[in-house]
Design a protein around this ligand. Structure first.
Ligand SMILES: Cc1cc2nc3c(=O)[nH]c(=O)nc-3n(C[C@H](O)[C@H](O)[C@H](O)COP(=O)(O)O)c2cc1C
Length: 350
């Protein structure tokens, strides 16, 4: 299962670089899009681009020393089934970000992404995240350094503005400056961030969504890959946006309703061979992964905790979740718990 810098697959990287043509991705979400959730999403969509949670470049730097390799592994390790996979980095120091991106390439990630959208106080103290929108030149330096150190495509996830700095002209200036440094894609969370006065949660819902600015961006910079993010709840909403932009990114609705996205490969990527996942196929698909994970004494719970969202809106869902929660919470629980949970769903035709 682990890992370390041994999974580099040049073919996969090349296909990713060529394929900044992803039409759908699952947004990076701290504490949610960990490696286990990403394996779960892979039971639902093979084609989408998945992102890690944000990993701070400075933390990678601290762990990249002899004796800290286990901690470094905890930050970077993933299962090959998760690919194509982007590592999202937080930071504002081109040197640290370059070193982190280089490790990402060695680890086998397909892309690195720079977080210019997070408004948390902690991140602001480090002078990165959304506050970097006020420093397009610095972001450009970071992107250039990450790209040349790693050879990976570098994408940027950002807001449409911050505080009073929220005009379209400023957004365009940010995009043009960063595009010149070689960014392969702009993932635009279509609401501004208020750095003072709103907490991160409020900053994901209070400032209004302004999709029209993202559409204008794509119209005026047709050569750039523009991905729209924010408030997309279902496939139809994504399809509507895809008439105006290159790609869509879904966060909360992917975590809260994973099976809602079962038609993505067929409908958005044109993959006629893909068959829509069911609740039981998702749980069953995780069994071999859980076997490998638990074989080295690790607990089942970090995997199982994500499964509560897989069964919803059907009779007996609550009881199924309760049984799974109780069984998976046992210290000695192993993959057989998932096997049983899948059997129960199969018996109900789910
Ligand atoms: C719990 C949570 C954690 C998040 N963590 C990150 C993060 O690590 N990096 C990032 O760029 N955005 C993060 N976000 C923002 C999402 O990536 C996304 O931009 C936002 O939720 C809007 O998309 P949505 O409406 O589809 O959820 C997070 C959002 C949530 C809800």
């Amino acid at each position: 299962m682990a890992d370390g810098p041994n999974q580099h697959d040049p073919a996969a990287v090349a296909s990713t670089a060529a394929g900044s043509s992803y039409r759908f991705s699952v947004a990076p979400m701290l504490d949610y899009t960990d490696r286990h959730f990403r394996v779960l999403m892979r039971q639902i969509t093979r084609r989408s681009l998945l992102y890690s949670e944000m990993v701070v470049a400075q933390a990678i730097h601290h762990c990249n020393t002899p004796g800290q390799q286990e901690r470094l592994g905890r930050l970077l390790d993933f299962d090959p089934v998760e690919k194509p996979l982007a590592l999202q980095l937080g930071g504002d120091d081109p040197g640290l970000l370059a070193a982190a991106a280089q490790l990402a390439a060695a680890w086998g990630y397909d892309e690195v992404n720079l977080n210019v959208g997070c408004p948390s106080e902690k991140v602001q103290k480090g002078r990165f995240g959304a506050c970097l929108m006020a420093e397009p030149g610095r972001v450009a330096d970071c992107v250039a350094a990450m790209g040349s150190a790693s050879g990976l495509p570098v994408s940027v996830k950002h807001r449409i503005g911050i505080d009073a700095r929220d005009s379209y002209a400023e957004l365009l200036d940010f995009i043009d400056t960063v595009a010149a440094a070689g960014a392969c894609r702009f993932s635009v969370h279509a609401r501004k961030a208020w750095l003072e006065g709103l907490d991160p949660k409020q900053n994901r819902s209070v400032p209004p969504l302004r999709y029209e600015l993202v559409h204008q961006l794509k119209r005026e910079r047709p050569q750039l890959q523009i991905e729209l993010n924010g408030g997309l709840e279902d496939l139809l909403a994504c399809q509507i946006q895809l008439e105006q932009v290159d790609a869509v990114m879904v966060g909360r609705a992917a975590y809260s309703h994973p099976l809602r996205w079962a038609p993505v490969d067929r409908e958005l990527f044109g993959d006629d061979a893909s068959t829509a996942a069911s609740a039981s196929s998702v749980v069953r698909g995780l069994v071999p992964y859980a076997e490998r994970w638990c074989a080295s004494g690790r607990r089942l719970w970090p995997i199982a905790r994500h499964l509560v969202q897989v069964v919803e809106g059907v009779n007996g869902a609550r009881q199924w979740r309760r049984r799974l929660g109780e069984a998976a919470g046992e210290r000695s629980a192993g993959a057989t718990v998932l096997d049983r949970a899948a059997q129960e769903l199969e018996a109900q035709g789910l």
